[in-house]
Ligand binder design. Structure first.
Ligand SMILES: Cc1cc2nc3c(=O)[nH]c(=O)nc-3n(C[C@H](O)[C@H](O)[C@H](O)COP(=O)(O)OP(=O)(O)OC[C@H]3O[C@@H](n4cnc5c(N)ncnc54)[C@H](O)[C@@H]3O)c2cc1C
Length: 538
């Protein structure tokens, strides 16, 4: 391979070990690492594996950004294709329109800095932005607390350059009916894909229509809903976004951005019951103009973080902690509208609590946000052999089921004799929670899978999805067929086969994955230290 690609190819044990973990609970060692220097290297590698597959030798390719993935999607046993080493440039930036074209391996934080310099930003930036790539964010369809108002990554991707499984390069974007017809007539693999996807969509309209889960964001499975519009326009972009490298290798991304909102105001409400949290969120969602974000932390998180670091919350809040804290960020370009909105929010919340703080000063807001940032202290804290495990940390439910979700999480942790702390995007019904477990112990591994099973069952019963932002990966993939109907799951399988007939693109992720396959891959220890030195070895 080294003779065929310009970038580096590595097979030494240190490099392979380095890429054998992402930020999930799994481990899988790659055979070889390729650091593509340019798109041609990506093409040649894909072509190489395709030709071997034609002769019944399957070598997989796993696209790798920075490996911060929490679902086990950035590891694989074949070729690890590390994008950030070289494919990390901004290709084009129109600061007026806010359109930016970047290579997939560009660090997300660097892109955000560039945009902020022009008063713009990408709202669905993950909390891991300093350590992760734009390509990873697109492939996972990330979202953030401000996705409540602005939507997820899918909303910002205008088009992609993608290397297909056979090494062909395609450009995606919105096509008119006429342009689609031209694609349908191509004799290439691209043409085959357009014909097969179009037929699949046309023949299964009813099944696809029924596949929508009633939540505000959902990254489980493949997005079959947004490809073809009623006006006949067609776009493969939403299908690639969130597909975790299982359909193609993204080399270039065209993105929209948003204007950074003017001064924000932070409204903080202290609430004493789960039901009040749900009522508050439902009322806030009904407002004519939505807040930027509605975030939640519970008293357990605050107490736990204070026990780890007594000073951390000293300047923000003192015990006894309220059972729940809602943090509501509001921004409107017009000052009088902003004031009006805050008054409405205050009135709405005052039916549920008298403990409301309104903060306009941006420095003071930063201090208050420590309440929410406390979760990262918990995620990074290890107690002996016990680590907070990303296991059941991304469920999302319809917002009128938020109280039931919180209740069921508390119940589940009590049943397992575990400490519980909840935080997350209450406005979207998307909560995070991480049990402290020792994955080196058989008992805790069994507990982990018992909890995973039970949690995913609860989410289904509540009409939710197993993943609002972290995606299926290996961790949630075994539950995808239960989450959707059999008919829908079959369509997902067909999509995978259309794009990846030999199964060379990130197999073992998202689709056709069983619990028996993932259980042996669980690591003995877990920590997120990896994130801090996660630079490609090149
Ligand atoms: C502390 C922490 C906080 C986090 N916060 C958030 C958050 O707020 N919101 C959120 O949504 N997620 C969050 N995540 C999850 C994760 O960081 C994001 O999904 C991130 O965008 C992944 O980027 P990455 O570069 O690390 O991708 P990787 O982990 O390397 O890869 C992720 C997936 O994308 C695929 N991929 C990567 N590059 C390409 C490419 N060029 N072509 C095709 N497929 C590709 C990989 O195969 C894999 O399936 C967090 C993770 C951690 C550890």
């Amino acid at each position: 391979m080294q003779e065929h690609v310009v970038g580096e190819v590595m097979t030494n044990n240190a490099a392979r070990r380095y890429f054998s973990t992402d930020n999930s609970i799994f481990t899988l060692t790659p055979s070889v690492i390729v650091y593509p220097k340019n798109e041609n290297d990506v093409r040649k590698t894909a072509r190489f594996t395709w030709q071997l597959a034609e002769r019944n030798r399957i070598i997989s390719i796993t696209a790798r950004g920075s490996g911060t993935d929490l679902s086990g999607a950035a590891i694989g046993s074949g070729i690890m294709m590390a994008f950030p080493a070289h494919l990390n440039h901004v290709q084009y930036f129109d600061s007026k329109e806010g359109i930016v074209v970047v290579e997939a391996g560009l660090n997300f934080g660097k892109l955000q800095q560039l945009l902020l310099g022009y008063g713009r930003f990408l709202p669905p930036a993950p909390a891991s932005l300093e350590y992760s790539t734009v390509g990873g964010a697109v492939a996972n369809n990330t979202s953030s607390m401000r996705s409540f108002k602005y939507g997820d990554m899918r909303n910002y991707v205008r088009g992609l350059r993608v290397v297909l499984a056979n090494g062909e390069v395609i450009e995606t974007g919105k096509l008119t009916k006429k342009e689609l017809n031209r694609k349908l007539g191509l004799t290439t693999f691209e043409g085959e894909i357009y014909r097969s996807v179009d037929t699949l969509l046309e023949e299964n309209k009813e099944i696809i229509g029924k596949s929508i889960i009633n939540v505000t964001k959902n990254v489980a499975g493949y997005d079959l809903v947004d490809i073809k519009q009623n006006d006949g326009s067609f776009d493969l972009t939403p299908l690639f976004v969130g597909s975790q490298g299982t359909l193609g290798l993204i080399t270039e991304i065209t993105l929209d951005s948003d204007i950074v909102p003017n001064d924000t105001t932070l409204v903080v409400a202290y609430l004493e019951s789960i039901q009040d949290v749900q009522s508050a969120v439902l009322s806030l969602r009904d407002l004519k103009e939505l807040p930027n974000a509605i975030e939640l932390v519970d008293a357990n998180l605050l107490a736990y973080v204070s026990s780890i670091n007594a000073n951390y919350l000293k300047d923000v809040i003192a015990p006894p902690y309220p059972k729940f804290v809602l943090l509501i960020e509001v921004a409107n370009d017009k000052e009088h509208k902003q004031k009006k909105l805050i008054k409405i929010i205050q009135k709405t919340l005052s039916k549920l609590t008298q403990s409301i703080v309104i903060e306009e000063d941006s420095d003071k807001q930063k201090i208050i946000w420590k309440l929410r940032d406390a979760s990262s202290l918990l995620s990074g804290h290890i107690e002996g052999h016990l680590s907070p495990i990303p296991l059941i940390d991304d469920g999302i439910v319809p917002v009128d089921k938020l109280a039931a979700l919180i209740d069921s999480i508390y119940h589940q942790f009590t049943k397992e004799h575990l400490q519980v702390a909840i935080w997350g995007h209450a406005g979207d019904g998307n909560l995070h929670v991480q049990p402290y477990l020792n994955l080196g112990q058989v008992g805790d591994r069994q507990k982990a899978f018992r909890m995973l099973e039970e949690y995913n069952r609860q989410l289904r019963e509540l009409g939710g999805s197993t993943t609002g932002q972290y995606n299926d990966g290996r961790l949630r993939a075994p539950y995808l067929d239960k989450l959707y109907s059999e008919d829908v799951y079959k369509l997902f399988q067909k999509i995978k086969t259309i794009f990846d007939p030999y199964g060379t693109l990130n197999p073992g992720v998202k689709i056709n994955v069983s619990l028996d396959e993932i259980k042996p891959l669980v690591r003995n220890e877990y920590s997120i230290d990896h994130i801090y030195d996660h630079l490609p070895l090149s």
